[in-house]
Design a protein around this ligand. Sequence first.
Ligand SMILES: [Zn+2]
Length: 468
Amino acid sequence: MQIKLRFLGAAQNVTGSRHLLEVNGTRILVDCGLYQERDLKARNWESFDIPPESIDAVLLTHAHLDHCGLLPKLVREGFKGKIYCTAATSEIARIILLDAAKLQEEDAEYKRKRHEREGRKGPYPEVPLYTIADAEECFPLFSPVTYKKPVAIGNGIEAIFCDAGHVLGSSIIKVKVQQNGQERSVLFSGDVGRPHKPIVRDPTLVDEADYMLVESTYGDRIHQGPEDAKNEIAEVVNSTKRAGGNIIVPSFALERSQEVLFYVNELLLEDKMPHIMVFLDSPMARSITKVFQYHPELFDKEMTEHLRRHESPFSFPGLKMVETTKESKAINLIKGTIMVIAGSGMCTGGRVKHHLVNNITRPESTIMFVGYQAVGTLGRRIVNGEKQVRILGQEYPVKARVAKVNGFSSHADKDELIQWLSGLKRPPKKLFVVHGEAESALHFADYVRQKLGWDVDVPGYQDEAILT
Ligand SMILES: [Zn+2]
């Protein structure tokens, strides 16, 4: 038995997930993600390590950009095989890839104009990494799979997708290989969710695998529990209502926006917060929420129970899904406390900027952060407590209350990862720790050796492993 595994991304860093399996003359790429760390973005422009036309199939774990965001480039450069993923993942990936392509096009145009004005050239070409047309070329290749039903890839290879509990439709993928009467399995964790998260199910426990790749985004941290998030939201809403201001929630379109709605709905049902109007003011979050509504079969017990009782978090009284920019602007005319959930999650663009302009100077309003804020973003500056920030070309003093709600992470922490790994009946021949900053990945590798006594490796970028 000989399987070649190559680590082409998310190896001692978080984004750009890409792993290549070569066996029986077949090449399978697991994820084809975009690099999002500033100092690694140049890799998005490099040519692929292997010719895209020589890849037979792509297995996609989920629809986050750092897992699917380079598919349009792969297809444009010659990939013609199938992209296997769950139906929910393919539906969300369409929305996310079209949005990414639009931003790439706008970005290239903006850069071209700026460089022209300044009479200089930038480090990257002033063309989009890929266009909307490129993204559209991917969609016919999506091939939906069902959880737990093996899919034959060909040449003695099959893949089984199981719920990863990370975002709607997310998967843990086990690849089974037959060669000369022997069988081996390689398990790709994708991004592993947390137990007791709202809406989605808990991550599926896996009982056996010969080799395993595990993510380690929070391999050196312990999170607060999801219940804390709900209580913190209640506190913010109640105190902001008393102060007479608004609650502005910069939020990611996938999962986080729906989770905020889930908790708000429960707080309303439990009479723990006042009945204020709640606006979901993000076209992308609205489209993704529709995908959630098409897939009730993926919901956990609590969410299913809410639907059975006609208490959907996506249609409670007082919730308004905002469509047009005209409607979005009209929100500012409302007197009295309202909550606005709007993109982008780190305040780098989107409608949230307008709501910040209208509320950031008001001491009675609250900017409620529910997600990670990367260094250098407007969101990070506000969270860090800067007294003055620049929004849409103008300076504003930060007078609103800034609240950070913890407990929302959609990645398992180090103990939750250990708990998930402990589902295996016997240790794998080797565990590869990926998808984490070097510090986090190395820390987690040690933690696994210490807690479980497994053989663990932390591969680097472009490393190769031969699995026997
Ligand atoms: Zn993810």
